[in-house]
Design a binder for this molecule. Sequence first.
Ligand SMILES: NC(=O)c1ccc[n+]([C@@H]2O[C@H](COP(=O)([O-])OP(=O)(O)OC[C@H]3O[C@@H](n4cnc5c(N)ncnc54)[C@H](OP(=O)(O)O)[C@@H]3O)[C@@H](O)[C@H]2O)c1
Length: 334
Amino acid sequence: MALNLHPKPVYLLPTSMEITLKRHMRRTPIHILSHKLSASRVSLLQRCCNGRRLSVVHAVKEEQMQSSATIESQTSETNPSSSKLVLVVGGTGGVGQLIVASLLQRKIKSRLLLRDPAKAKSLFGVHDENVLKIWKGDTRNPGDLDPTIFEGVTHIICCTGTTAFPSRRWEGDNTPERVDWEGVRNLVSALPQNVQRFVLVSSVGVTKFNALPWSIMNLFGVLKFKKMGEDFIQKSGLPFTIIRAGRLTGGPYTSYDLNTLLKATAGKRRAVVVRQGDKLIGEVSRLVVAEACMQALDIEFTEGQIYEINSIEGEGPGEDPEKWRELFKAAETN
Ligand SMILES: NC(=O)c1ccc[n+]([C@@H]2O[C@H](COP(=O)([O-])OP(=O)(O)OC[C@H]3O[C@@H](n4cnc5c(N)ncnc54)[C@H](OP(=O)(O)O)[C@@H]3O)[C@@H](O)[C@H]2O)c1
């Protein structure tokens, strides 16, 4: 459907996407929004906001949960029954922090590849390198992805990302094109072929970025570039699982201690819906996405599969591997 066929396209958006777009429009200066958009698309954005003048000066500041709590537990042992060495890329992000906290709690050896080691240390504390080793690197720079980073790594979880719309997080050209496409491509290209699983966090709607309502979210290409990243992984020959998240809720977290992170709940929406075929629209808590990534590492039939995931009200699978197996299995038949 062409973008200009509907007089008020925002009403076609799923509520969650409408909220995201409106929140962004409240905070983003029109000169930033328009710098990569055609006049017709700027006009579309203005209509989405019911003609409101887009003049707010501040760039997007992500919703943040702040805590002054300090790191209480620092692990020095690993689980002898786990032979995994998991590399997390994007571990300082909302989903990424929960994944790292979960790896530490399960005493699974991990490596972090990230741009700001000081930030990681303030989030996770200092650990024995055998337990948690931090590598500094920017996925946009192939030169940062040295083969030694991947030595011994058995599994990778990539949860990098930037904002869908222009914000401070785009500074230094850290745009969806550079992060979700080029960064993912660089990372996949740098990995040894013997890794056991590469899990990528992507987004619902990537196969439909030209159609409403997704075309709104894709005004700056985020869904298109995520799809390019997905396609590259699929063609790479690596054993992959792609988890396409709905609109993320909960966090991102900053300066959170591990215990607090792991107690983060999805409120009443702890039940999980997993589907295939990019038909889901809705929300999902970051906690659920993090747990889905962790579980997919160990469920063999998730290899080579793409799943969409949402949270809904009700009791959830928690960390129960059997319940997650059932959820992923059921996705194939629904
Ligand atoms: N927000 C939503 O509603 C939504 C919906 C569906 C899917 N998603 C996707 O879900 C994933 C996780 O989302 P999230 O909100 O947890 O992410 P987030 O908080 O935005 O974290 C993104 C992570 O990516 C890292 N990163 C960004 N650019 C990088 C680069 N050039 N090189 C290396 N690392 C880089 C960031 O590191 P720094 O700390 O250095 O910035 C951060 O650790 C993302 O791919 C996101 O696009 C989001």
